[in-house]
Design a protein around this ligand. Structure first.
Ligand SMILES: Cc1cc2nc3c(=O)[nH]c(=O)nc-3n(C[C@H](O)[C@H](O)[C@H](O)COP(=O)(O)OP(=O)(O)OC[C@H]3O[C@@H](n4cnc5c(N)ncnc54)[C@H](O)[C@@H]3O)c2cc1C
Length: 378
């Protein structure tokens, strides 16, 4: 098979699909995904929660801009809601107090829904919070603006939009990417070939690998493994309305999802791009942290998985044309915030790829083309 398009997107995770959805308004898009399912790697293994408790100021700006899309996506985007309200409770032991105060100041620049909350009210919101013992929780912040995201609904919604003027092809692993006239020729493992003047590199943990295939300078992307365990609350306990809980810094979070609980020890282990699996040590650490910060016991772990979060050295994502390769657009480094920032990053990709206006309201949030440019990394 051979086909030509206006835009070739590599990667069928949230980054590639959201960009393809936007670009399909401007021309023919072909998206190539190596696996047999969209979102098979990072996007399908996320905790899928929207909050301001992670990342730097630029990430918070992208998160704030994305909010209206995630609350009210365009008509027909998805039959199921792509997000539902769920509060976020940030907790601190005495030693974490200063970090909690710093987090509060950082979050206040982007949202006015974060308020200090005392131990009694924390215990009403999340009855299993550990308020006594050796190193109890002494302070908290509650954000009623948190949201549980539906990753599958987002992926499918973007895929549907992309297919209005294009093709989303799974089981199409890119094997070669080379110059073809003023544009690019992509050849898959099966020998199919696709040409386009512009290629969007949204290959997640493999984005540097795709650049190297094309003879483009890599940008130093580092995939890091993160682990989640799943367990049930004690019989008779209903947790579905409890908030998401997180400590400041990278220590712990727990997320009620339906009537089960997801817990994460916020591990960050450098890993080569791969189909990553959970490690026994991180599983045990997750269980230990549950008992450290809550009064919950885990008689049985009912599920576990690991996924890759890929970072650049400044932990800021990249969206922009490679300075050393015309027509080669980087869209990578979404770390642990790729779902909640996908509306903003795809709008940036659309603006830069098509030369259209910078998204309204983004500069006011401190998000500029320079800040996300790959030029800073090469
Ligand atoms: C445990 C965990 C919890 C998380 N929690 C949250 C959260 O609560 N909120 C949030 O916003 N984010 C969260 N994230 C982060 C989020 O999941 C990522 O930032 C996001 O999924 C990255 O999307 P992506 O499209 O760049 O990568 P991916 O989803 O990995 O997509 C890249 C795709 O490129 C494909 N590809 C690679 N090479 C090739 C090739 N040669 N040919 C064709 N295709 C190729 C891959 O198969 C893959 O499907 C979490 C991540 C993890 C692991």
């Amino acid at each position: 098979m051979a086909a030509a398009a206006d835009f070739l997107v590599i990667g069928g995770g949230i980054a590639g699909l959201s960009a393809a959805a936007r670009l399909s308004r401007h021309g023919q898009v072909i998206l190539l995904e190596a696996e047999s399912a969209l979102g098979y790697h990072s996007s399908g293994r996320s905790a899928a929660f929207y909050h301001f408790g992670l990342g730097n100021a630029l990430v918070r700006g992208l998160t704030a801009w994305s909010r209206s899309f995630l609350e009210t996506p365009p008509a027909g985007f998805s039959e199921a809601p792509v997000s539902t309200p769920k509060s976020a409770l940030f907790i601190a032991t005495a030693a974490m107090r200063a970090d909690l105060d710093a987090l509060h100041a950082d979050m206040q620049r982007f949202t006015d829904t974060v308020l200090p909350i005392g131990p009694k009210k924390m215990a009403i919101a999340f009855p299993a919070i550990r308020l006594d013992g050796d190193d109890p929780i002494v302070a908290g912040l509650i954000d009623h603006g948190g949201r549980a995201l539906d990753a599958a609904a987002l992926l499918q919604g973007f895929a549907r939009q992309a297919q209005t003027q294009g093709s989303v092809l799974v089981k199409h692993r890119l094997e070669r990417l080379e110059r073809s006239g003023p544009g690019w020729r992509a050849t898959t493992e099966a020998g199919d070939s696709f040409t386009a003047p512009i290629v969007i590199n949204a290959a997640g943990a493999w984005a540097d690998h795709v650049a190297e295939m094309a003879g483009v300078s890599p940008i130093g992307l580092q995939p890091k493994r993160r682990t989640i365990i799943v367990f049930d609350p004690p019989a008779g306990m209903t947790v579905r309305d409890w908030p998401f809980i997180k400590t400041p810094g990278d220590v712990f979070y727990i997320l009620p999802q339906g009537n089960r609980l997801l817990a994460c020890p916020n591990d960050e282990t450098d890993t080569a791009p791969c189909d990553v699996q959970p490690d026994e040590y991180d599983i045990a650490l997750a269980a230990h942290r549950v008992e450290q910060f809550t009064t919950l016991q885990i008689p049985r772990i009912t599920g576990k998985w690991a996924g890759l979060r890929s970072f650049l050295k400044d932990r800021t994502p990249v969206a922009g044309f490679a300075p050393d390769a015309p027509g080669f657009f980087w869209l990578a480094g979404q770390g642990g915030f790729g779902l909640q920032t996908s509306p903003a990053l795809s709008a940036i990709a659309e603006a830069l790829v098509t030369g259209s206006e910078w998204p309204e309201g983004m500069s006011e949030l401190g998000v500029t083309a320079e800040a996300v440019s790959p030029a800073r990394l090469i």
